[in-house]
Design a protein around this ligand. Structure first.
Ligand code: IMP
Ligand code: MG
Length: 176
């Protein structure tokens, strides 16, 4: 598959504004209590960094890397922890930060896995949600934007490891 064009769907300004709103909402929930943001590499890195700057509660930043996709655009259903947390989350307020929820397989696996580590609380935040694509039911606490079933890139999201650095989010048009 070859990409013909990328059409801007969410501008840099629109994304920044929405993340600021989410930061305010999240800060109201945690108040002065520390919150441990778990960034799911690599896609959520741009979102996590921007969100962290908009949260006024004390923030701890941790990273995990999972792989659920191959080089294409469809889910394999196999989730693998490529890099695990290097700290304990026992007794902590944990906020899992994802770039996009598609089938929900990655998150449902991760949530189950993290629950066994006894955090004080465990919530889920995603920049994008494709509700139409859901295969596994997951409860999402904070959603940036609901989007239709289209493959998107930019702001951390990739197509075959490319386009993550686009400052906006765009739809991919595939060459027939
Ligand atoms: P899920 O397990 O099917 O929910 O897949 C979630 C993961 O698939 C995300 O973290 C992304 O890495 C990837 N993904 C799903 N949809 C897209 C998309 O439209 N663009 C880029 N990556 C996507
Ligand atoms: Mg991802």
């Amino acid at each position: 598959m070859k990409i013909k064009a990328i059409h801007e769907y969410l501008s840099e300004e629109k994304i920044a504004k929405r993340i600021a709103e989410m930061g305010t909402q999240i800060s109201e929930v945690y108040g002065d209590e520390p919150v441990c943001l778990i960034c799911i590499l690599k896609g959520s890195v741009f979102f996590t960094v921007e969100l962290a700057k908009r949260i006024t509660s004390p923030v701890e930043l941790e990273f995990m890397c999972v792989s659920s996709y191959g080089a294409g655009t469809s889910s394999s259903g196999v989730v693998k922890i490529v890099k695990d947390l290097d700290v304990s989350i026992e007794g902590k307020n944990v906020l899992l930060v994802e770039d996009i929820i598609d089938s929900g397989r990655t998150l449902s696996y991760l949530l189950e896995n993290l629950k066994t580590r006894n955090p004080k609380s465990l919530r889920l935040c995603t920049l994008l949600d494709k509700p139409e694509r859901r295969v596994v039911d997951v409860k999402v606490d904070y959603v940036g934007f609901e989007i239709p079933d289209e493959f998107v890139v930019g702001y951390g999201l990739d197509y075959d490891q490319k386009y993550r650095n686009l400052p906006y989010i765009g739809y991919v048009e595939i060459e027939e």
